[in-house]
Ligand binder design. Structure first.
Ligand code: NDP
Length: 332
């Protein structure tokens, strides 16, 4: 069976050279363990941070060791009472064709309830991030004008729609291509969207937000955050979810330069970690499930075929914006 290992640590943008594919044998399960044939795996922005050797909320990957991350697969052998061959599980040992883990570390999922891929996207970690980040971290309330960056990605596509469904007075998104902008407005019901590559973010955002914004959901950081602060209304709130514009930077960011505006406008910037919001999981699944079933909320996935060998390319492609919606790799 194949697995993807960290070959070296990137300086700046990662490349294929930072990864290696290794052939390993599939061990049999120990006491309380299961063997899973992985079916569909996630590539996520936070994995870029884990390629660095720095202490963070998620431990760094180790050189010569397989990478890991969210994945759904089928149990093929089990020494764990709660799971049997044929069951499907969500677990954390992606980047490999077969995983061996304690049954307690796997969450059973039902492909009859929702497609397996959705447990990594709209109904999974990115979905809860969007839901909790908007409603809890940013304290969204009906009538707010909401701006979300990275709006056509896994998290962003949901933030804008949740805001719309919860009664935002205006939803604005930014993304990195004309097609994505069109998708946001035509398919997802955003009121307005712009391509941040077309010109200064501050100018484009100001033109689309004549009455300012009340909530900013930040997936990008830097120039986007500065632009959001500039048009933020008094008592505005920003959920700082990610800063993908900086993940490959080797020099300190140039923006935001206008933090002084936080004082006069009494703006709140609050960091968000999805792991803190497990308590919202039941409410999130119930509400999100109903919106999907009624057709009120749509989601897109970009699924890279070709197995685990394609995982590094899928990950690098996601960092470059090749995905619309959740980026996934089909393994089997
Ligand atoms: P996405 O599906 O949004 O994929 C990443 C996207 O980032 C790309 O598609 C690309 O789209 C965009 N991007 C890349 N470089 C830049 C740039 N320089 N400026 C602006 N956009 C850029 O990923 P996720 O939805 O999984 O994650 C979105 C954000 O949320 C990330 O910052 C991630 O780290 C964060 N996150 C945080 C969590 C938490 O608990 N705090 C949990 C989950 C995610 P484009 O074509 O628009 O450039």
């Amino acid at each position: 069976a194949l697995e993807v290992r960290l070959a070296s640590r990137p300086h700046g943008w990662p490349t294929d050279e930072n990864f290696e594919i290794a052939e390993v044998s599939v061990p049999s399960p120990g006491e309380g363990q299961i063997v899973v044939r992985n079916v569909v795996m996630s590539v996520d922005p936070y994995m870029r941070g884990r390629m660095n050797d720095v202490k963070s909320y998620s431990a760094p990957f180790q050189i010569g060791e397989p990478l890991d991350g969210g994945v759904v697969g089928e149990v093929v052998a089990s020494n764990f009472d709660g799971l049997k061959p044929g069951d499907h599980v969500l677990h954390g040992l992606g980047w490999r064709e077969y995983a061996v883990l304690d049954g307690t570390q796997a969450l059973k999922v039902d492909p009859a309830v929702a497609p397996l891929s959705t447990y990594l996207g709209v109904l999974g970690m990115p979905g809860l991030t969007a839901y909790a980040g908007l409603l809890a971290t940013a304290e969204f309330k009906e009538g707010d004008v909401v701006f979300v960056s990275g709006a056509a990605g896994a998290v962003g596509q949901l933030v804008g729609q949740i805001a719309r469904l919860k009664g935002a007075s205006r939803v604005i998104g930014s993304a990195g291509s004309a097609d994505k902008v069109k998708y946001l407005v035509d398919e997802l019901g955003f009121d307005a969207a712009f391509n941040y590559k077309d010109g200064p973010v501050a100018e484009q955002l100001a033109a689309l937000a004549p009455n300012g914004i009340d909530v900013y959901f930040d997936n990008v950081g830097g120039e986007h955050l500065e632009a959001a602060i500039a048009v933020m209304n008094p008592h505005g709130r920003a959920a700082l979810c990610g800063a993908i514009s900086m993940y490959n930077d080797t020099t300190p960011p140039a923006a935001p330069r206008n933090l002084v505006q936080l004082i006069g406008k009494r703006i709140t910037l609050r960091g968000l970690l999805v792991g803190d919001h497990q308590a919202l999981q039941p409410q999130f699944v119930a509400e999100m499930g109903a919106w999907i079933a009624s057709g009120e909320l749509k989601y897109t996935e970009t699924v890279v075929e070709g197995g685990v060998r394609q995982a590094p390319a899928a990950f690098l492609g996601m960092l470059r914006g090749e995905n619309t919606g959740k980026m996934l790799v089909q393994l089997g």
